[in-house]
Design a protein around this ligand. Structure first.
Ligand code: PLP
Ligand code: ZN
Length: 418
């Protein structure tokens, strides 16, 4: 917090001295999304590779000096972050990769990477004395906000599109959120939330608008670096909806490099679904983003009008990264592969990153000798219906051993185990 100096508009590049009492650039309006800037020279003097571990804090707050929040309530939050970075055991051989790690963000308290942003939102709201926070979300921003706010006694109003999966809605109810389900898609939910936030004056956790959300998300990059002993990988693979996650990943790696704590920033592979790929299409055709349908099973990345176009496009471009798209079939297959080969149960949007990695390897975008980290952004338990087709293949037994022996003799066991 002490190190934040300015907020800089990603459109007109104008800088505003911290603190500011607006979310987006007053000159550019809602599309003038801000970047949070820190006093890197001062940080360089005060930080070393050992600083984070020395704090003895196994949560995202071990990076407190690099975050735009006061430390006042950090000890009271849920435990967000410091999720496992698994060295792949089998999948790396299947894919022919020499070094491959999986960052399991499904292990966060409400089961997704969004907890990192929501924890910051709750502390920020308390700082400015606002006791109600609102957001619109395809699901995880909402459930993470509801959970993290509940922990600190802050109220939440959540706008969700009508298609939000039951697992995520159940979380909202359990965490005591006031839920506004809006007929239509994410856009409809977003627009109503915007009007309501303007009217009621709630704290706004809409990710792109609120620059602090990307700050929370960047801590996943800090952790990857620390967990790899300050040797960043060659590539990091992230699925993309609004674009705030990949923007945060980018900012995190870049800041560590700027501070001299690492020597490089990885290339970023942005993965979208074929049914909803505004970033992929814009990058391919070298133009700005156009509204698309949000037509994919991966609800968390079904964002037809991404709210963070500048930061996400920049993340891929500046790192010489790439965009790929994957089909819903490939996504569902990837859910099973990640579960079966590594024991990580990912929701469809999270497993999309694996489908994207497989495609990037096939197309020669990523080389087999490169070190890859896959960010599995959310827990599969949130959306168990995505496995519906496979559930039908489970056979019913009457309880007698004979029948079971016969079944295994016939080598029918493929669907059940491996
Ligand atoms: C939100 C989300 C994403 C995408 O993040 P954006 O910031 O919207 O690009 C990917 N996977 C999961 C599980 C998410 O919840
Ligand atoms: Zn501006």
């Amino acid at each position: 917090m002490d190190y934040v100096t300015h907020y800089k508009c990603t459109l007109c590049q104008k800088s505003y001295e911290a603190p500011v009492d607006f979310y987006t650039c007053p000159s550019c309006g809602e599309t003038g999304i801000l970047d949070v800037l820190y006093d890197l020279d001062k940080l360089k003097l005060d930080l070393s590779r050992d600083t984070f571990a020395a704090r003895g804090d196994f949560s995202m707050w071990r990076y407190a000096p690099l975050l735009p929040v006061k430390e006042t309530h950090m000890k009271d939050t849920l435990r967000v972050g410091w999720t496992p970075l698994y060295a792949s055991k089998r999948l790396k051989d299947t894919m022919g990769l020499k070094r491959f790690h999986i960052k399991d963000e499904g292990m966060n308290p409400t089961g997704s990477l969004k907890d990192r942003a929501s924890a910051v939102a709750v502390l920020k709201a308390l700082e400015v004395g606002n006791t109600t926070i609102a957001c619109s979300s395809t699901g995880n921003a909402a459930s993470s906000l509801a959970g993290n706010a509940a922990r600190l006694g802050v109220k939440t109003v959540i706008f969700v599109p009508s298609r939000a999966p039951k697992g995520k809605l159940s979380q909202l109810i359990a965490f005591g959120a006031r839920v506004v389900r809006v007929e239509g898609d994410y856009k409809a939910a977003y627009n109503l939330s915007k009007a309501a936030i303007g009217h009621f004056g709630w704290y706004n956790r809409n990710a792109a608008i609120n620059a602090h959300m990307v700050e929370g998300k960047k801590t996943v990059a800090f952790e990857i670096v620390e967990q790899l002993d300050f040797h960043p990988p060659d590539w990091v693979v992230v699925s993309v909806g609004d674009g705030c996650t990949i923007a945060g990943v980018h900012k995190g790696f870049k800041e560590l490099e700027a501070l001299g704590l690492t020597k490089k920033t990885p290339r970023l592979l942005g993965v979208q679904s074929v049914g909803c790929a505004p970033f992929f299409e814009a990058a391919k055709e070298g133009r700005g983003l156009r509204e698309t349908n949000g037509d994919t099973i991966a609800d968390s990345i079904a964002v037809g009008i991404p709210r963070n176009p500048v930061k996400a496009l920049r993340a891929v471009k500046e790192t010489s990264g790439e965009w790929v798209t994957v089909t819903d079939e490939a996504i569902l297959e990837a859910v099973r592969t990640l579960g079966k080969e590594e024991g990580v149960f990912a929701e469809p949007a999270a497993a999309a990153s694996l489908a994207g990695l497989e495609k990037a390897l096939r197309e020669g975008i990523i080389g087999k000798d490169e070190h890859v980290v896959l960010v599995s952004t959310g827990n599969g338990l949130k959306d168990t219906l995505s496995m519906k087709a496979s559930l039908g293949r489970i056979k019913n037994f009457q309880g007698g051993l004979e029948e079971l022996i016969e079944y295994f003799d016939k080598d029918h066991h493929k669907g059940g185990t491996k």
